[in-house]
Design a protein around this ligand. Structure first.
Ligand code: MIC
Ligand code: SF4
Length: 650
C-alpha cells in the first residue's frame, strides 16, 4: 500500500481515481483502468482521433461530454488546413461531439470556461489537458488513440500514479503570479520531477489563488512530466463557475485532513519572487533579477496558460496610457472569444490597442510555431508553457518563459526587468458574470447518422501495421541524449502541421531537425532502432511521434527512461519501448551498431527482461520492459488497433 492510501485518510487524487476506478489497485506503478467523463481533442491531434474513432464502428460517443476544438492550426495557407477543419466539424456532428470552431480559443481555456466541472475525469489529446485540474478535475493528456477509445466508452489504462503533495502557505506578493509558482516547481524538480506522479496542491495558500491561477499551475505540471495536477474545489471554484453562469456544476472537493503523500514539498507563496525560464527548456529557471538587462525584441502574452480574462485585464491596466517600447513587438493572443468579448465590453481592448499591442486571433499561434516567429538573434519573452529550441519557428531562437507581469515589464522597458519596479500593481476588477459568446460553439445534433463526414484529399486513412516479428536484427539509426522532445521527433510549425492527417507525407519530417537524413536512411534500410537517454519523448502528446517512426520501420526504441505519454503512444502503435538494465550500456552503443533481439515474442511473454546482442561490438545486452500483460499482447499484435480488431473478431 502506498503512503497516499494509508489509514483511511485519502488524498484528493485517490478520491477522484477511486470514484472512477474500473480495474486494478491503486498501487503506484500497477496498471489501473478508469472511466472517463469528458474528452477533449484539438485539431492537430484530432484529425487522427476521428479517423481512429471511425475505425471503432460506433455511431455516437459514449462519454458524458466530448468536445472537438480547433485552435492549433488556423493559418489556412492552402486547402489542406481548411479541409481538416471541415473534416473535424463534420465528424463532430456525425459522432455527437461539441465543436469549437477555428478562432474560438485554445481548447484548455475554452474547456475551463464552458464545460469543466469539479470531480470529473477528462482525457485529452493534448499534453496540457491537466489545465482542467484547476477546477478540481482529474484531467490527463494522452495519445489520440487513447482518446478515441475513451470516446467509445472504454476505460483509460494508466500506471497508478504516486501522489506528490505540495502544501501551499502564505499569499503571493504584488507582481508575483501563479506562473512563478510553477516556475519554482520546475526550478526545484526539473522536467523529469513529475514523471509517474499526480501533483496535488493543498493547504491554506490554496484559497489565495483563483481558478485561472490554479489552472496555470496545473497546465505546466505537464512540463514537470506529471500525469496530472489536481486542486481542491472550494469557494473560489464556485465563484469562478458562477462567473461562467455554471454554478450548478460546483461541488466541494478536498483531500482528507492528514492524508499522507508519496512525496512532499511545501511552498510559502509570500517568499516567491518573479522567475523566468531561460532558453531552451522550461526548467532552466532563474530569478528575473538575474536575467535583468537582457534586451528583448518580442513579448507574447497568451497560450493555454496565462490567456484568461484576469491576465488580459491586467495587461490593459499596466499598459493604459503608455506605449510599448518601440523595438519590442508586443503581441496578445487572448485565450478565447469569451475573453476577447469581455475585454471589448469592459473597455480594455481599446487600452491594449492604444498601447500598440498587436492583437491576434484566439488560438495557439506562435506557441507551436504557427506564425509569430522571432527575428534571428533576438530574445522573445512568452507567457507560454514551452520553449524547446526551434519550436518558435526560428532555428536559433532564444525564448524565455515568464508571467504576464514580467512580460509586460519587458514590453515597456525593451529589456528584461523585474516587474516590481513598475510601482503599485493595478487592481483588476472582474465582472460578476462574464458575457458568454455562443456563435463559435456548436452543439451536436441529437442524431448524427445521416451526417456525411467530409474528407479532403489530404486526409489519409491509417495503414494496418504488421504484428511484432520474432527477430529484430537492425541498426541503431540515431543515438540521442537526455530529454529528447516530441518536437524533435516530429516537429510542428507551418510546414509540418498541415500534414497531421496524412501519415505518409508527415513521416518525411521525422527527426528532420535532428538529422535530416533520417527518413531517407530509414526508407533505404527498411527497419531500424533508436537509442535515447533519460526522459525520451517529453512534451507534446502528438502520437505522430510514434506513428511516423513506426511507419518508417523503427522496431524498438531503447532509452534510459521514457516520458509517460510518448511511451504509451509507442506501445499503441507497436513500437517496442525498452530500457537499459545497466544505464551505462547507453554509453556503449554507437550509432550504426547492429542490435539483435531473437525469440522476441517468447521473451516478451516470459517476463520483463529481454536479452539482446550488440553484434557490431560483440557485447551482450540486457534490456527491460515495463509492459502489462495487456500491453504485451498489444505489442505482439502490432499495436492497439490490431489488438482491438482481434478481440472483436473473437
Ligand atoms: C504542444 O504544446 O506541444 C502541443 C502542440 O499542444 C501538443 C499537441 C500537438 O502536438 O498537437 C501537446 O501539448 O500535446
Ligand atoms: Fe496550444 Fe501552446 Fe497550449 Fe500546446 S502549449 S495547447 S500549442 S497554447
Amino acid at each position: 500500500m502506498s503512503q497516499s492510501e494509508s489509514v483511511g485518510k485519502s488524498t484528493l487524487t485517490h478520491k477522484l481515481l477511486r470514484a472512477h476506478l474500473v480495474s486494478g489497485e491503486l498501487e503506484p506503478g500497477a496498471e489501473i483502468g478508469i472511466r472517463i467523463d469528458h474528452t477533449l481533442t484539438q485539431d492537430a491531434t484530432g484529425t487522427m482521433v476521428y479517423l481512429e474513432f471511425a475505425q471503432l464502428g460506433l455511431d455516437r460517443v459514449r462519454t458524458e461530454l466530448s468536445v472537438s476544438y480547433v485552435d492549433h492550426n488556423l493559418l489556412q495557407t492552402d486547402f489542406r488546413n481548411a479541409d481538416d477543419h471541415r473534416f473535424l466539424q463534420s465528424s463532430a456532428a456525425r459522432y455527437g461531439v461539441w465543436f469549437s470552431r477555428p478562432g474560438n480559443g485554445v481548447c484548455h481555456q475554452v474547456h475551463l470556461e464552458r464545460f469543466g466541472a469539479p470531480g470529473k475525469t477528462m482525457l485529452g489529446s493534448d499534453s496540457h489537458t491537466p489545465t482542467g485540474g484547476g477546477l478540481g478535475m482529474l484531467a490527463i493528456g494522452a495519445g489520440g488513440l487513447e482518446v478515441a477509445l475513451a470516446m467509445a466508452g472504454e476505460p483509460f489504462h494508466l500506471k497508478a500514479p504516486q501522489v506528490f503533495g505540495v502544501k501551499l502557505t502564505g499569499e503571493l506578493l504584488p507582481w508575483v503570479s501563479a506562473k512563478d509558482v510553477i516556475l519554482e516547481m520546475l526550478r526545484r524538480h526539473s522536467v523529469k520531477g513529475g514523471v509517474g506522479k499526480v501533483i496535488e496542491y493543498y493547504g491554506p495558500g490554496v484559497a489565495a489563488l483563483s481558478v485561472p491561477d490554479r489552472a496555470v499551475i496545473a497546465n505546466m505540471g505537464a512540463e514537470l512530466g506529471a500525469t496530472s495536477t489536481v486542486w481542491p474545489s472550494d469557494e473560489r471554484t464556485r465563484e469562478f463557475l458562477r462567473r461562467q453562469g455554471r454554478e450548478d456544476a460546483w461541488t466541494a472537493l478536498a483531500a482528507d485532513l492528514g492524508a499522507q503523500y508519496d512525496q512532499h514539498d511545501e511552498i510559502d507563496l509570500a517568499q516567491l519572487e518573479p522567475l523566468i525560464a531561460m532558453p531552451s527548456m522550461p526548467d532552466k529557471v532563474v530569478t528575473v533579477r538575474q536575467a535583468a538587462g537582457t534586451k528583448v525584441h518580442q513579448v507574447l502574452i497568451g497560450s493555454c496558460a496565462n490567456s484568461g480574462l484576469a491576465e488580459m485585464l491586467l495587461a490593459a491596466e499596466v499598459l493604459n496610457g503608455k506605449h510599448g517600447h518601440p523595438e519590442v513587438s508586443l503581441e496578445i493572443n487572448p485565450g478565447s472569444r469569451q475573453v476577447e468579448l469581455n475585454l471589448a465590453e469592459l473597455g480594455a481592448l481599446a487600452k491594449l490597442v492604444a498601447a500598440g499591442a498587436r492583437l491576434h486571433q484566439c488560438g495557439c499561434l506562435g506557441c507551436i510555431g504557427m506564425g509569430q516567429a522571432p527575428a534571428s538573434g533576438t530574445v522573445s519573452l512568452r507567457t507560454f508553457p514551452r520553449n524547446f529550441a526551434g519550436r518558435s519557428g526560428t532555428v536559433d531562437d532564444s525564448v524565455y518563459l515568464c508571467s504576464p507581469q514580467t512580460a509586460l515589464a519587458a514590453a515597456l522597458a525593451g529589456e528584461i526587468r523585474d516587474p516590481r519596479e513598475l510601482g503599485e500593481m493595478p487592481r483588476v476588477k472582474l465582472p460578476k458574470r462574464e458575457l458568454l459568446p455562443s456563435a463559435q460553439l456548436i452543439e451536436p445534433p441529437a442524431e448524427g447518422t445521416s451526417v456525411q463526414v467530409v474528407k479532403g484529399p489530404n486526409i489519409v486513412d491509417l495503414p494496418q501495421f504488421a504484428q511484432l516479428p520474432e527477430l529484430i536484427d537492425a541498426a541503431v539509426m540515431l543515438k540521442l541524449g537526455d530529454d529528447v522532445t516530441t518536437d524533435q521527433i516530429i516537429p510542428a510549425g507551418n510546414l509540418v502541421l498541415p500534414l497531421r492527417s496524412n501519415l505518409p507525407a508527415i513521416s518525411e519530417y521525422t527527426f528532420s531537425k535532428v538529422d535530416h537524413t533520417f527518413a531517407e536512411r530509414m526508407k533505404k534500410a527498411g527497419s531500424g532502432l533508436i537509442v535515447g537517454g533519460l526522459n525520451y519523448g517529453q512534451g507534446s502528446s502528438r502520437e505522430h511521434a510514434a506513428l511516423t517512426v513506426r511507419y518508417l520501420g523503427v522496431a524498438a526504441v531503447i532509452a534510459r527512461s521514457f516520458a509517460r505519454i510518448h511511451w504509451q503512444n509507442l506501445v499503441n502503435f507497436g513500437v517496442l519501448p525498452l530500457t537499459f538494465t545497466n544505464p551505462e550500456d547507453h554509453g556503449r552503443i554507437e550509432s550504426g551498431d547492429r542490435i539483435e533481439i531473437s525469440d522476441l515474442r517468447d521473451q516478451l511473454k516470459a517476463g520483463s527482461s529481454i536479452s539482446a546482442r550488440n553484434a557490431s561490438q560483440r557485447l551482450s545486452l540486457t534490456l527491460e520492459h515495463s509492459l502489462s500483460t495487456r500491453q504485451v499482447q498489444m505489442l505482439l499484435d502490432g499495436g492497439l488497433l490490431n489488438y482491438l480488431r482481434k478481440q472483436k473478431a473473437q
